[in-house]
Design a protein around this ligand. Sequence first.
Ligand SMILES: NC(=O)c1ccc[n+]([C@@H]2O[C@H](COP(=O)([O-])OP(=O)(O)OC[C@H]3O[C@@H](n4cnc5c(N)ncnc54)[C@H](OP(=O)(O)O)[C@@H]3O)[C@@H](O)[C@H]2O)c1
Length: 325
Amino acid sequence: MINAILCKAPGLPSSLVYQSISAPSPEANEVIIQVKACSICFPDTLMIQGKYQFKPDFPFSPGREISGVIIARGSAVDKWKIGDEVMGFIKYGGLAEQIAVDQEVLFRKSFDMDFATAASIVYAYGTAYHGLKQRANLQPGETLTILGASGGVGLAAVQLGKAMGARVIACASTQGKCDLCKDNGADEVINYTSEDLKVRIKELTNGQGSNVILDPVGGTYTEQAIRATAWEGRYLVIGFAAGEIPAIPLNLPLLKGCTISGVFLSRFITEQRDAYLENVQDIMQFYSQNIINPHIEHTYALVDSPRAIEAMMNRTVKGKIVVVL
Ligand SMILES: NC(=O)c1ccc[n+]([C@@H]2O[C@H](COP(=O)([O-])OP(=O)(O)OC[C@H]3O[C@@H](n4cnc5c(N)ncnc54)[C@H](OP(=O)(O)O)[C@@H]3O)[C@@H](O)[C@H]2O)c1
């Protein structure tokens, strides 16, 4: 038997249950991982409420980004051996002591990386890098503006934007969040609860607007930010953490000659697997060269995972929060 967090019906984090369940056994192509860490990702907050793009059957364990040690292998597994330390972005199930995972989903954890860090790389950096590299084709010297810049994807984008040679304008809702963005390399910050987003982006770009804008927040910020896009700018639609999917007047991209580009990591992984694997290789190299490093604000025990998910829903998290087992 193993311990796990279970979601038995759609609801808030307080309805999650910490329970003993049967240990998993592997299908032919799967390995069993002894989970060492699982970072909380925004989709966890939606999945437990039945509001995410895909809806697992109940009961299920939330948790999308894990690291751990391989303790058993299915009969067809040829990539991994018992004792290997791995990390990966999975559909769900990470908030459990053990999980069965397809061998192809995993990456080797580097030795200089602790397990909490290893559980904070692929989802946040993978999404931000796919957006900046394949979707925006961000160039050195361009201005990159990031909304929700102190969040998981946002802060990864701040670090990656600097690594790619951009001038980074980080936007967030509190002074503490703005300070964290500065500490992580942002050139300029905008507190969009006390400053006018469109006006400030224009001021900081000599009236030209931002070449690339990365938006994991949505809601009312989106239209203001699109109005501050430069000629031939690229606007990256990452997600809607504010809860509202904005409707944009189509005259705006027309007037700016700009592109509004969707960014969807899960589909990129299946549609462009080689490019995804190359991206992860780049990201791991950035890490080993000390160019990126996830900011882990807080760790939680497995039994306290509901509190961690609640913190993300309350907009109080900076960087990543990780459940450590
Ligand atoms: N398209 C993809 O493939 C993909 C992949 C990963 C994530 N996503 C999406 O990207 C978004 C961000 O994910 P994440 O893991 O980076 O989340 P996160 O760490 O919670 O960051 C989200 C940020 O959004 C801002 N925000 C504004 N209103 C909010 C609200 N009502 N509740 C919570 N946060 C709010 C917060 O910054 P301020 O307080 O500074 O505004 C927060 O830092 C989510 O919508 C997620 O589903 C999409």
